[in-house]
Design a protein around this ligand. Structure first.
Ligand code: NBP
Length: 482
């Protein structure tokens, strides 16, 4: 029988698993490593893990035998059936109170199911979002654990030690019950931020004729202010990067965007819950449109655009307005994300800690930014905040930026440059701040053609049908929302 020497076990020795193990080792935890293909355990111990306290196992049984109690096992394997397969393999060697943590990119309904199924067996399941890629895993990821709350006390010291730190605080806290960790990880995605930055790039490149070095300068400046973030920083570096012939490498990259699904999942989930997360939706569709390259090439030859394709005003002033538009649209994007999480929390009985979530995203992950500190402040000041845009700081920030934001979109429309995310953000903002929307007409139309009934403003709760043409009958359709 192997001696129980390890504080925690980890299964899955690909890029994330290996780096997370090394990170835990750096923080003084003894980790036992295991992988389906066991030759990778030996290779890891002989190379990357050489000279460390890391130990290995060649079977799930050996792994469990080497773990101190309660046993804690992190899975960092391909999401889906591999996670279920490992849970099944672990169960015979675990006992009540032991903990299984899935750190892969699992879809949150799977984590809800796993938490509930394992709870019945006395095993504590944690579905944890892990963000930050290879470097994050190695030197400090953003960690978003959720699942069975009874597991938190045992894993907290390890998770908070290895997580990224923002202003000295760990970018890791308990998110909520069952699938909350993986849900928050799903909503936390870079699609909106990346699309907004890309639109601003296209306006500067196509409409203002700025060189890539000039654009890099703009991003350098932006990174010193409100927009200070990882994505602005890497965009600056990308714009500066030269190919062998001295031209900007980015201009040689085929303009078809890939996607791995988290944006799409968020979009679908927002439709299911009836929450307008329009920035993610537009960002996903923009990637879809980008991948229709051949069709776009044909369209570019036959579909007419505006005659005037270049901005003729003060470029420097316009670049300043672009920065303001980017900031305001980003605020709307995060407001929408928090609206979605608020609804999901209601639907699933999760008590989400919004300030904690903002802090978890503040460092270690792709969307990390100084701006998330402001979101943390907003939810710390008012944990019950209905909408991020209602917070005085963000209310003022959007009010200050709105003239610039409107002008940027107006100019982009005139020049024929697409701005799906910048525009949808402004449309959302204008929609939200309208007490009255034209849905009254829409309801009248629905009642006209389908006898769907409508509610009268002067008699709330009273649903009536009007015989609009004088020819219809008295019978109305039943009232329900699909
Ligand atoms: P991969 O997603 O490439 O997964 C490789 C691991 O999964 C290996 O240990 C492999 O074992 C194991 N595996 C596979 Br593939 N199929 C299996 C099966 N049917 N049964 C058992 N094991 C199986 O590794 P990764 O990129 O390190 O990511 C790990 C997890 O973390 C994934 O869920 C990923 O989505 C998530 N994640 C990745 C990143 C990133 O930047 N890469 C960031 C955040 C989260 P083998 O060696 O025997 O083939």
């Amino acid at each position: 029988m192997a001696e129980a020497v390890a504080d925690i076990g980890l299964i899955g020795l690909a890029v994330m698993g290996q780096n997370l193990i090394l990170n835990m080792n750096d923080h003084g935890f003894t980790v036992c490593a295991y992988n389906r293909t066991t030759s990778k355990v030996d290779a890891f111990l002989e190379n990357e893990a050489k000279g460390t306290n890391i130990v290995g196992a060649h079977s799930v049984q050996e792994l469990c035998a080497k773990l101190k109690r309660p046993r804690k096992v992190v899975l960092l394997v391909k999401a889906g059936s591999a996670v279920d397969a490992f849970i099944d393999q672990l169960l015979p060697y675990m006992e009540e109170g032991d903990i299984i943590i899935d750190g892969g990119n699992s879809h949150f309904p799977d984590s809800i199911r796993r938490t509930e199924e394992l709870q019945k067996k006395g095993i504590l399941f944690v579905g944890s979002g892990v963000s930050g890629g290879e470097e994050g895993a190695r030197y400090g990821p953003s960690l978003m654990p959720g699942g069975n709350p009874a597991a938190w006390e045992s894993i907290k010291p390890i998770f908070q030690a290895i997580a990224a730190k923002a202003d000295g605080e760990p970018c890791c806290d308990w998110v909520g019950e069952t699938g909350a960790g993986h849900y928050v990880k799903m909503v936390h995605n870079e699609y909106g931020d990346m699309q907004l930055i890309s639109e601003v790039y296209q306006i500067m490149h196509e409409g203002l004729d700025l060189t890539h070095d000039e654009m890099a300068e703009v991003f350098t400046e932006w990174n010193k202010g409100d927009l200070d973030s990882f994505l602005i920083e890497i965009t600056r570096d990308i714009l500066k990067y030269k190919d062998e012939d001295g031209s900007a490498l980015v201009t040689k990259i085929r303009d078809t965007a890939g996607q791995k699904g988290t944006g799409k999942w968020t979009g679908i989930d927002s439709l299911d819950r009836g929450i307008p997360v329009t920035l993610i939706g537009e960002a996903v569709y923009a990637r879809c449109l980008s991948s229709l390259k051949d069709e776009r090439v044909r369209a570019s030859k036959i579909l007419e655009g505006p005659k005037n394709k270049k901005y003729s005003g003060d470029k420097k002033a316009f670049v300043d307005q672009l920065g303001q538009a980017l900031y305001a649209a980003k605020i709307v994007s995060y407001a929408q994300g928090f609206m979605l999480m608020r609804q999901a929390a209601k639907d699933n009985n999760w008590k989400l800690n919004n300030a904690g979530i903002a802090l978890m995203w503040r460092g270690g992950c792709i969307i990390r930014s100084a701006f998330l500190g402001k979101i943390k402040d907003a939810y710390t000041n008012n944990p019950e905040l209905e909408n991020l845009l209602f917070d005085p700081f963000f209310q003022e920030a959007t009010a200050k930026a709105q003239d610039a934001w409107r002008n940027v979109i107006a100019q982009a429309v005139i020049l024929g440059i697409p701005t799906p995310a910048l525009s949808t953000a402004l449309n959302f903002y204008d929609g939200l701040r309208h007490e009255m929307l034209p849905a009254n007409l829409l309801q009248a139309q629905r009642d006209y053609f389908g006898a769907h009934t409508y509610e009268r403003l002067d008699a709330p709760g009273t649903w009536v049908h009007t015989n609009w043409t004088g020819k219809g009958g008295r019978v109305a359709a039943s009232t329900y929302d699909a």
